[in-house]
Design a protein around this ligand. Sequence first.
Ligand code: NDP
Ligand code: HSE
Length: 412
Amino acid sequence: MSVIKVAILGFGTVGEGVYRTIQSHAEELTSVLGRKVEVAAVLIKNKQKTRDIREDVLITTDFAEILNLPQLDVVVEAIVDKEQPFTFLNQAIQSGCHIITANKEMFAHHGNELLELAENYNVSVGYEATVAGGIPIIQTLRQLLNVNRVRHIQGILNGTSNFILTEMREKKQSFADALILAQEKGYAEADPTNDVEGFDAFYKTMILSRIAFGEQPNWKNVERAGITSISRELIETAEKMGLRFKHIASISKTGSQINAEVKPVLVGKSHPFYSIEGVENAVNIHSDIVGSITLQGPGAGMYPTASAVIEDLVYVCQNRSSNKSITKTTAACDGEKKGNEKELWLIQGLSKNYNNPLITWVAQASDKIAIIKATKEEIEKLINLKKATCYFQIIGEYDTEIKNKEVTLAVL
Ligand code: NDP
Ligand code: HSE
């Protein structure tokens, strides 16, 4: 029986998960692909580390040795940073290999170049693991986009942030302790700043944008914020008000303009993301024919990510002659236009006595934390005038939450 030869770049959480899954699911892979899948080589950085890898596998720090292997079919990339992995994958494509990547930072920056190059070399690109861990969001979007026009995508796309917010609320953990736990579990990036400052979710949003709308917005116009400004006090107060913090990415297209933002917001019990907890991710796609679909599942970690890579392995091996990796035909569709409407905000630091006719007070949770109704512009003015310290938008339905609340809360 002929063999599909695979090289894995990186043997950390993801690389090792892929290696182990190829061994543990060898029978299923052979059955679906009609050929045995064999890991021929692993690229690592530090040769001193001990690793549980079979003796017949080439372990090297030199990518050239991997490219020189006879009849290599697929290169799986699961390393960090963006330029070096991009160079490796470029070379792999030019050597006739299908490529699969889990590296969202690299793919958000260089995905277009790799997809075009792969098309020229008649090989396929798998990047399911770049967005939302084990959730098959990319395959789902590809399938939906055969005819549907996507209007809006909203998602919890960073497992580490969601895990930290849940730990801080449920177990009263400090931010720092929750982050350490996320690192120990293999959820966090090598540089966790990417997770907690919203960069990781931003990269994932840019990848989704290219699939859903055929292009990315200008990165400079995308609001990006992480979860570092959310204290335990804010989380506890929000909980008393029937609200939970979620780090949410949103993307939509209005006319020819793509609007995207990645930031922490508050959601009430009726919001589909309210009960997405721990390392779970969720993605809601709104498209014109089907309406609204929500997918939920583990957003990070060894096996969920390996699952996405392995499904890609099947995908790229089955699509050698028909490269379906590029979505170029996405029709522009009009998302809902957003004006400068009044919205609900949780605001911290605004004095109870502050009087401004433009702002409607909705509820006072504590001396310094309240819910108000205002436009984004008005809120930003308050911050600029140093009348308040921070603010978070409340999205979805909320009114009924306040009325039904059992805690002492002044509804104004
Ligand atoms: P780890 O830090 O656990 O592992 C990284 C691996 O890459 C290590 O084996 C390291 O080698 C190797 N490596 C790093 N730089 C180089 C280099 N220049 N040349 C050769 N090898 C290198 O990272 P993860 O496995 O967590 O993540 C890998 C990629 O997958 C990242 O891009 C990440 O964003 C992405 N990802 C991670 C997920 C997760 O849940 N962890 C989920 C989805 C995507 P050595 O062992 O010698 O140090
Ligand atoms: N650090 C990422 C996260 C890994 O926590 O979501 C999955 O992409």
